[in-house]
Design a protein around this ligand. Sequence first.
Ligand SMILES: *Cc1c(COP(=O)(O)O)cnc(C)c1O
Length: 419
Amino acid sequence: MKNQSIWFPFTQMKTADEPLKIVRAKDTVLYDEEGKEYIDANSSWWVNVHGHGNKHIGDAIYEQFQKLDHVLLAGVEHPKAKELADRILTKVDSSFTKVFFSDDGSTAVEVALKMVFQFWFNREEPKRRIIALDGAYHGDTFGAMSIGQRGYFNRPFEHLFFDVDFLDFPTELNQLEVLQNAKRLMETGEFAAIILEPLIQGSAGMRTYDLDFLEEVMTLAKRNNVKIIFDEVMTGWGRTGQLFTMDYLTQMPDIVCLSKGLTGGVLPLGLTVATDEIFNAFLDDEKSKALLHGHSFTGSAIACAAACASLDIFEKEETWQRISQIVQWHSGFKSKIHEHSAVFSVRQLGTILAVEINEKEQTGYFSTIRDQAYRYFLDHGILLRPLGNVLFLNPPYCITEEELAKCYAVIESFLDSLR
Ligand SMILES: *Cc1c(COP(=O)(O)O)cnc(C)c1O
């Protein structure tokens, strides 16, 4: 890359291609400098759930700007933060009673970690260990990296991470063993919490696991007084077919982290939603028992207005019709290609469709097929960032049947080219 003032994320600047230059976007389509169109097949890293340039969200932002752009949230309340928190609580189980604001998915996770560790600290119970799942991704800050998959991405920092007990990723074969292992750990009484991406791990390659496993590990956690954190940063906002993935469950976590699609993908915002039980452990005459955490932009009024407008859209029947349409279309395409010789497996959870390509040697993030696929899709007018040998679609919900059919056709022709 030449003459660059931008240091790009997740990019080896020495060998990277010139960046795609996007100047405009509307609904599902991104336009480059020359007017060439690209379907935003991954919703710009999961955030853009309602499509680009959504008028309802745009109007809400402008209106909010004219009233109040931003005010600090410590000791000050403003109507949009209040409205957003109140409305979020009507959409989750009634055991959740408090919403803490931060800036993005990573900070929502950091806040959740602080909440559980301080919960036990304030109660003077020595629970200091934490369980996570092998292959997890919870963000790029130090706490979030600590509880995530160790390896390529964060080796230079590994000596700084806190200790975490990782459970093997549950499959049909090892599920019982993983549960036994979880039980053995939890029964030590030393664990503050378990953190999970419910039902699907994103950056591990759209790996799905059983609802039964999730229920059982939660039952174990509850029985052994281990707090449960759900990282729904990626799985929230209709992605898996329900508003939140926890809506599929019979029991609830203690804390839920939300971000990505929260504002409809137009402004950064993170939320950490907690139960009354968690919150009550911070109430004390002693100020140091409070959650002494906050960011400059905590509760940004404009971001809250965007999030409320996004909630309006989720309250429309039409949005859910679109979501179930995508689920159906995906499932049709899944049956069509699952026996393709270049396909190792096809996985679907709601509006997420992942195609894992058969590969002899290299797998994982650095697989060469990744670069080949990425360029192929760009050439065919689709912006799709594969995770190694996993191609995945998680489009904005306003995607048309025609646009999605184009994505399927290009995936299929790419698979054919590998034969
Ligand atoms: C993206 C993601 C995060 C981190 O969110 P950022 O907004 O990128 O900091 C955390 N957890 C999961 C599951 C994610 O997919």
